[in-house]
Ligand binder design. Sequence first.
Ligand code: X5A
Ligand code: ZN
Length: 834
Amino acid sequence: MGSPHARRPSPLVGGPEGSDAPKSQARGRGETSAGAKGASGAEPGRTACSGFGAGLGAGRVLDPGHREPEAPPWEPPPPVPAPFPSLLWGPRGGGAVGRLGPLSAAWVLCPPSGLCPQRVSGVALSPGHQCGNGQCSHLRGGGRLGSVPRRVAPSDHNRAMGTALVYHEDMTVARLLWDDPECEMECPERLTVALEQLRRRGLEQRCLRLAAREASEAELGLVHSPEYVAMVRGTQGLGKGELQALSGQYDTVYFHPSTFHCARLAAGATLQLVDAVLTGAAHNGLALVRPPGHHSQRTAANGFCVFNNVAIAAEYAKQKHGLHRILIVDWDVHHGQGTQYIFEDDPSVLYFSWHRYEHGRFWPYLRESDADEVGRGHGRGFTVNLPWNQVGMGNADYVAAFLHVLLPLAFEFDPELVLISAGFDSVIGDPEGQMRVTPECFAHLTQLLLVLARGRVCAVLEGGYHLELLAESVCMTVQALLGDPAPPLLGAMVPCGSALESIQRVRAAHAPHWTSLQHQDMAPVLSPSIGSPEARPPPRPPAGAEYMVAAATEAVEALRALLDQLRLRPLPPVRTAIALTSTDVALVLPPGVLHQEGSAPREETEAWARPHEALVRDEALTALGKVSSGIAATPALATAATLDVAIRRGLYLGAQRLLCVAVGQLQRPPHLSDDGRILWLDIGGPEAAALSMFHVSVPLPGATGGLLNCVLGLVLPLAYGFQPDVVLVALGPAPGLHDSHSALLASMLRGPAGGRVLALVQESKPQLTGALARALHGEAPPSLGPCSAASPKDTQALKHLREQLEPKWRMLQVAVTSPGSLQSAEGELFAPQN
Ligand code: X5A
Ligand code: ZN
């Protein structure tokens, strides 16, 4: 079988132009931190429009051969000030959303300074006011909804924008010049279609747009050999025949005369994104690039990839920005073996990849893509492979993989930066992946990553070959990066047996390396991945492939109506609202938070329930606007009563499923029914107990490690499995629980209920209230820092609960069901997932 790390030899050492020092070092390392401020060269007419497809050829039929040679090069307009990021909901105009209904008190939007002293209330409210940037038009005619005072300092408008989008039109120039069915899917339209959809959704306009620069050859040299770089440089002067011959020396690669330029832009765009995020010019971002990078190796192109954009960026972040811990999350459906090779002995880069594997029968057919490859030398434990041995993995499988494999390790690793190898060939309908994950899932995955590294997340496009679903998935990712709530996930949240087997195997392989996986009662038997990768079958015959594509397309069609409905559902214009009982609490709140003040406790609770009316009843009500998430701060003694009222209101208003997470010592309201409409989760109970499937109690974990186990291993699996309409988080007295813990919990609970979270908190805790407001508003929660291990007692409690609850709540499972419980649920368990 040979070494598991046998590489494809570099087919062309030296390259056509020889291997001398790079000739065109246009930019040295010192010039590389272009940063966000470099954005100039305004072209507002092209980008500043809003509204569905305005000026963008909306509805144009996509012609794969269509190109726009006369289109001006993509250049960003000057940064659009977005002082109220949560208010920019894109193309949906003002309309009725300004009407807030009969609230009992005045509502004030916090100014962008981030400071919301109560004095803001002293500023006259002007319902008809339009904010200077003209983008918060939905506040027009706002009735009692106060808008932002005009006295916002100009400097506030120039502060860092949230999400960077890096692109350059030149990256659409490279294309396949001859017939090759394996390569034709990697086409320029991948970028243009994604960008068009971002514009149509009004998402591009909300980003800080950066025109990509080329990476210097020195930067390429962070990962690639000079000989290899010279070889790629040499392709610029080749004719079609020579290009084709050269391409044939690599596995599934094509060169074009513009490939060198495009690939340098792709790498350069990634570096710019990293610069923007690490200098604070942006919080996070996406680089829309091609060619992709993650199959590319030190001396070889591979799988459409020329330079390894993400690997270069990781090395750059270490060397230029002095970072020590970088997490790479590769959610492309293929194994990024190139990235794995580059960092396999490097403990400063944690590389996680899931990939279609089919026991080694799927490209690139490598033994080292399996779960037992964990890294080498000092890098042991820092390569994490989650091979999918069946196609058809769905939302539950991906979310389970994050909760039970990636996130425990990621929190323990405590990265300073997260790079996503964001390939979308892992979405439903993609001809390569054959998976069944819906685009919404990428919003959830992105959200789950945003709690790491203080939100420093850089997504970089890799694969993705179904144009429409690629574009949709890109939109979902950007939406999540912008902090919007993620649309709820559809379908049964039950991971399939094959996924669980893979999850179990990778957890077992990594248990020796990660404390967070230890003492968690590893199921004993772990069969090796059956099927020999060495017995590499010929590629599927085209007929089979066509059949698969047809099947996937059919599945997409069936889902489409539902998906459209979900996506078109307007988001509430206000992401977060706060209700306070007294006016003398000094709060630090993020801009755009709707702030209710001066109401009596009773009125306030009522007022709270009312905005939620829209959320729990139906979409039409939601369309009226109101609020996505909120906080009610009450006197300590009133927290339980407020929770009681909120639950009653929620049910009265028609919530089908209500998740209550009660943290600290809070009484469960005595009247609660156990009919499945309410899932009551008590964190801080005297002992671990599952009184029923819908009444779960767990002691408050003592250490950060224990809390993380509890959130990732219990709370979120239950929440994602329950699929609630609304989440209520009540924070009672909880000694030892830090504000950062509560913020993390609130932040992560946004996912399962489409962002509809109501937090109840004691008004004597302004710090906590501020932390929760920022979390619910979509800001990254503060870092937990290096985490202490869970205590044996906490681990025991979780294990006990899991054993009881797993048969009912399948998102809790981290292994295929044991033979005992299998008997009761046989058939169902391994049935293909829907
Ligand atoms: C980046 C990427 C896929 C190559 C597939 C080759 N490459 N069959 O998705
Ligand atoms: Zn791929």
